[in-house]
Design a protein around this ligand. Structure first.
Ligand code: S3P
Length: 173
């Protein structure tokens, strides 16, 4: 079995789904945002503020490279911006299967409206702001994805179960 990468826009439920999936498959999970928060020893919003997005993206890429070479398979819950770097897409595709979680701008807005942790949402927290960002990103997410899961109306448990079926289908286990 190779790595399972969960990608998608902020608020699509990657971290929660990864936990459910980890329980179902008994595979270790790495949450990239959590790992980077520990590495920098500060919230991601502070890294962006004090050291700039570039520093964060370089650390994110180094972490992804390391995870792609891990001996045992991992469930990797990616930060929403991992797909912005085409090399990251290649790294993921060469080391595992990439699942893309999608949701409508309305659903994402409902989930994100009280967020103050995500630096890129500052000043853009409206259905329109989210739609614009989704539009900017959608080609990158689609390029990266092996399997797309529309999450509107599904619980994290439902989504995780769907993924386990796909995992078996692509004979990764
Ligand atoms: C980002 C998404 C965040 C985090 C950072 C940048 C993005 O991760 O990595 O704030 O560029 O979409 P989540 O998708 O886990 O919120």
């Amino acid at each position: 079995m190779r790595n399972i990468y969960l990608t998608g826009f902020m608020g699509t439920g990657k971290s929660t789904v990864a936990q459910e999936l980890s329980r179902l498959l008994q595979v270790r999970i790495i949450d990239m945002d959590k790992a980077l928060t520990e590495q920098f020893n500060m919230p991601i919003s502070k890294v962006f503020e004090e050291q700039g997005e570039g520093t964060f993206r370089r650390a994110e890429k180094e972490l992804l490279k390391k995870l792609s070479k891990n001996e045992e398979p991992l469930i990797v819950s990616c930060g929403g911006g991992v797909v912005k770097d085409p090399e990251n897409i290649t790294i993921m595709k060469n080391s595992g299967t990439v699942f893309l979680l999608t949701a409508s701008s309305e659903t994402l807005f409902e989930r994100l409206k009280n967020d103050n942790e995500r630096p890129l949402l500052k000043g853009r927290l409206s259905v329109e702001g989210i739609s614009e960002m989704l539009l900017e990103r959608s080609a990158m997410y689609e390029r990266a994805a092996d399997i797309v899961i529309e999450t509107d109306g599904l619980s994290p448990g439902d989504i995780a179960k769907r993924i386990t079926i796909d995992v078996h289908d692509v004979t990764m286990l």
